[in-house]
Design a protein around this ligand. Structure first.
Ligand code: SAH
Length: 247
């Protein structure tokens, strides 16, 4: 290939079929794979047997390695001359802290490549039958995180509360009540269609849909657990006709 030592690879949102050909090719040549908990077991099974597999964690509240330690680990493995694959759920540069890992590698003077993946917004919404944009319903789509470095996210609620745009919230379940309340307080109709999807694109996918006002209660009633993706906007209504995926 080239002089790269580390590949930051997106594994997609769950369905192993959503792994890119390039990711599969890079994985097949890996000597060390450092992976997150969101990577599907079927994809981990593609790691060559001779390769070392390192779990770098990160479940909410159960961080196996801190981000600094992960950064340092990647640098150390690369300096040992290994071909290192950093395998992350979805896309490495969307809420995956792949940017921070790339910065650490760049600072250390280590060559790297980024292999994009299907991010949860694209994959999970598609499998839930929700087109994120639509000429009649949503001219924009915004991806936000519901969690912040410390505590709850402080988002630009006014900019988000627009009827002609789709909002996709990553890591939003713990803050759903607040998100719903703030969006309504900033002018979005409480009747705006909204959905929350647990383990999208997988055999255990569950979708709970309703109105923006009702979604927090519906999510509690359904006892949803991470990973979940929240989609808010008029496009969610299309799901009634477009719900094609049978888990
Ligand atoms: N880099 C990843 C996102 C990492 S943040 C990407 O591009 O998709 C982790 C969050 O992504 C989860 O908390 C959840 O909000 C979302 N997510 C990832 N996979 C998901 C899935 N299969 N179903 C629902 N949400 C998912």
């Amino acid at each position: 290939m080239n002089a790269a030592r580390v590949w930051l690879v997106g594994a997609g949102p769950g369905d192993p079929g959503l792994l890119t050909l390039k990711a599969a090719r890079v994985l097949a040549r890996a000597e060390v794979v450092v992976h997150d908990h969101l990577v599907a077991p079927e994809i981990l099974a593609m790691v060559p047997r001779r390769a070392e597999l390192i779990y770098a964690g990160k479940q909410r509240g159960r961080h196996t390695l801190t981000q600094d330690k992960i950064n340092a680990l990647l640098v150390r493995l690369a300096r040992r001359g290994k071909r290192v694959v950093r395998l992350k759920g979805g896309d490495p540069f969307i809420f995956g802290r792949g940017g921070e890992e790339a910065q650490a590698l760049a600072r250390a003077g280590i060559r790297f490549e980024v292999v994009p993946g299907v991010t949860a917004a694209a994959g999970v919404a598609a499998y839930a039958g929700i087109p994120l944009t639509h000429r009649d319903l949503a001219q924009a789509c915004v991806l936000v995180t519901g969690s912040r470095r410390r505590g709850a996210a402080e988002l630009d609620w006014k900019a988000l509360a627009r009827p002609d745009q789709t909002i996709v919230v990553y890591m939003g379940l713990p803050g759903l009540e607040r998100i719903s309340r703030e969006l309504i307080a900033h002018g979005l109709s409480p009747r705006t269609p909204a959905a929350i999807i647990q383990q999208g694109t997988t055999a255990t996918q569950r979708v709970v849909a309703g109105t923006l006002a009702a979604l927090p209660r519906l999510a509690v009633e359904a006892q949803l657990r991470a990973p979940t993706l929240i989609v808010i906007g008029r496009v969610v209504r299309l799901r009634n006709a477009l719900d094609w995926f049978v888990p």
